[in-house]
Design a protein around this ligand. Sequence first.
Ligand code: ADP
Length: 589
Amino acid sequence: MTWREAFHQSPLARRLIFWTVLFSSCVTLVLTGLQLYRDYRHDVSQIEQNFAQIEAVHLATLTNSLWATDKERLQLQLDGMLQLQDMHYLEIREGDLIWARAGNNVSRNVIRREIPLHYWHNGREQVLGTLVAVATLDHVYGRLLGEALIILLSNGVKTFLVAVFMLFLIYYQVTRHLLAISRFVHQLSLVEAQPPLTLDRAPREDELRTTVMALNHMHARLKELAGASAQLRELLTNMAGGFVRLDRDWRYVFVNKRAGKLFGRTPEELLGKNIWEEFPQGVGQPFYLAYRKAMTDQQPSQIQSYFPPWDKWFENRIYPASDGLSIFFDDITERKQAEVEREKLLNELSVRNVEMEAFIYTISHDLKSPLITIGGFSTLLEKDIARGDRESTADSLGEIKKAVELMQTHIEDLLLLSRTGRVTAEQTDVPLAALLEEVIGQFGRRIAGENAQLVIAPDLPTIRVDRKGFVRVYTNLIDNALKYRCPDIAPRIEIGWRREGDELRLFVRDNGQGIKKEYLQRIFGLFQRADSSTEGTGVGLAISKRVIEVHGGRMWVESEPGKGSTFWIGLPDSVIVSEDSAAESAQNN
Ligand code: ADP
């Protein structure tokens, strides 16, 4: 280390020394001033003593010489007195007459005394003249100046030496370590391995050591933080949802992979660009609208928005910060669809629950009545057997059998209902003409017995449906048409179809008793019946409706009391395989 180095590298030391020198110089000046003042007072008092000595020692002889008008002696005496220190001029005068004088009379820097010369003669005091004594201060000032010069010079040299020493001391003790610390901080790396900061000196407990420890601790913490933020970055980059970070000027400062994918851009293409200008087409608009809304509402928060032209759902979570915005977003269309689906299922479930409750209530009631019948006739049967009454035994057995059959029907309905609508049954190509042939076959004798007339359209289509379900539906409709006939008119049942827009409509029309307006909807509900005079469970139409709905269709009735009823089945026309099943089945035969 050279003097120059220490001087140039330590502006702080320079400033410290400057102020110290300034202060010490001021103190020296004040103290020197005090010292000189004291010396001045001492010299002046010395002159005063000389005057006093003149009065005490010389005054009497001077007066005598003057009385004797001995000029020569007076001159000798004055010359002798002039030898006193700092004495500059002496004269004896009587009025304007000067008897004797010694030295030079000057008026600058002097102390002047006029002492009257009294003489006692014949008991009377008489003033003979005046002694004028003038002492000069020039010597005093000269002495003081010399003294001041020596004090100031010695102090100046001392201060200079101390200043140089301080400069080296501060540089050696502090400055070079501060420079090492700042070098360390400049070269601080949060990625590369770096030895901790140490200072080139013997270990000492002081402020520097505390600073070094604090810096090393900070370095370690910063490295930890850097590691955590790298992890966070990695996580954000690869997370499943989209994430972008914007600065205060709406520029992308971070775009993760998913966001790039949703935008149809690479993250690099977006970085640094303004979000309002660089809103990629397609999904851009949805984001633009969502962010606009968030901004105008001043609620950054969670927003779900639906964008009809793209048929997409987006979820945006926006978090504002002082230096920008964090936006998490994702295409949640699939989740939304699943939610809608779930909602639909839940609704269906609750409808089915209500139905199930009604069903359990009714079925327990309906199942009980054949059981009571069986119980009653069993007791009777016991007695019949005991009595050996064969005819009565046969009657009772007949009743029991009928009750068992009723229960069987109930239980079958129950099973059927539990299956319908739950599983999508296997669908096959069903020529309706052939299907109806089979169904009508079941009613064979009953149709003849009732004298019923059946009119079936010749051009029924072939449709792709659950065959068993449709057998059930037509069986139910034809059965009802026969059951709810007008007593005095022969039943006429007409079966046909037509197309209405994109809907295939199948119908079964009768000339029966008809249905009152208030029952038109209700009869499709479970166990709902408009007529209790005939036997029935009120399950048939509920099952039929369910079967049709499973096919994506609907079922309704048009009817007026006394004017017959038309039951309609509407199906999407996509079920039509061919429009003329009769021709097809004829061909097949
Ligand atoms: P069920 O015939 O066992 O009573 P359905 O569910 O088949 O059960 O019918 C429900 C009700 O709808 C019947 O009880 C009846 O009141 C009414 N209904 C059904 N079909 C007809 C029809 N063709 N004419 C008049 N009423 C009918």
